[in-house]
Design a protein around this ligand. Sequence first.
Ligand code: FAD
Length: 308
Amino acid sequence: SIVERLSAPHRGPVPFSVEFMPPRDAEGEARLWRAVRIFERLSPAFVSMTYGAGGSTRDRTVRITGELAAQTTLLPVAHLTAVNHSIAELRALVGAYADQGIANILALRGDPPGDPLGEWIAHPEGVEYAEELVHLIDTLGDFHVGVASFPEGHHRAPDLEHDTRNLVNKLRAGAEYSITQMFFDVEDYLRLRDRVQAADPEQGAKPIIPGIMPVTSLASIKRMAELSGSVIPPTVIERFTKAAGDGPEEDRASVRAVGIDFATETAERLIAEGAPCLHFCSLNFAKATSEVLGRLGVDVDAALHVPA
Ligand code: FAD
């Protein structure tokens, strides 16, 4: 299970994990596999594959996650969302994962397709909340389930207390750990951890794995803000826009360097605060994440420059 992996020996100061996205086409799939082979040499505790909203991407996701289990040394976690699925379909999907030897699932509600902030409408024969999905998976076999957590609070939660209660309920339902939404301020992560510990010490002992995205362009920081539904703090915006310069084109090398610095500083602080693992949102590229890992003291060169 993931929790066992987190206490196993690892390279560098802390275990790390990598998030992949389903590729859109053959070219994207080739790129994903290049990243997979690089990460394989760096021995992440686990890798995870996000779950999209469209039918064809969904099929591809299930297939590729199965291939990760069968053809690599990596431990894959399959994200699963309740969007547009009946309970019968969710059961079939969990069964398809089990058939491919995948026992680790991240149970999510998902967002309305097209507009993440739009109105959520449950499938008439589906589930309303991730907590129900955790219960459902539990009835289907011997799975290890994780859930999402939100350092700044979920954008639909009326307040942080409600948000904390929901996370605690998902953990009580049987989730063994959570992975956080990306965040800009480590304090938000620490406060989330404190809230869960205060609300329920037993559930608070379960790992809260922080999500990190090494930013490589102004577009990607905006994407990170969109994905997390969070407002980028003015000091962070200033740092990146300064690096971008006032020329007609953004100074990509400087923005990237600041992005790597920012992710490294975030990671160092998280390690100092005892985070159980660092979960890197890779966007299917290995370079930025391995650069950050190198800065954290992981011997990436030995892993990356293997003789042909
Ligand atoms: P839930 O835990 O169900 O919470 C949703 C909202 O409902 C919250 O505001 C909560 O407070 C509220 N709520 C819960 N229970 C109740 C209740 N009983 N009564 C009233 N309100 C309640 N999306 C994808 O589409 N694919 C992915 O692969 C994916 N991967 C992700 C990975 C991570 C690590 C994270 C953090 C998010 C990911 N997401 C993904 C996004 C996620 O699906 C959305 O953030 C979604 O809006 C919330 O999902 P959830 O599982 O936290 O929902």
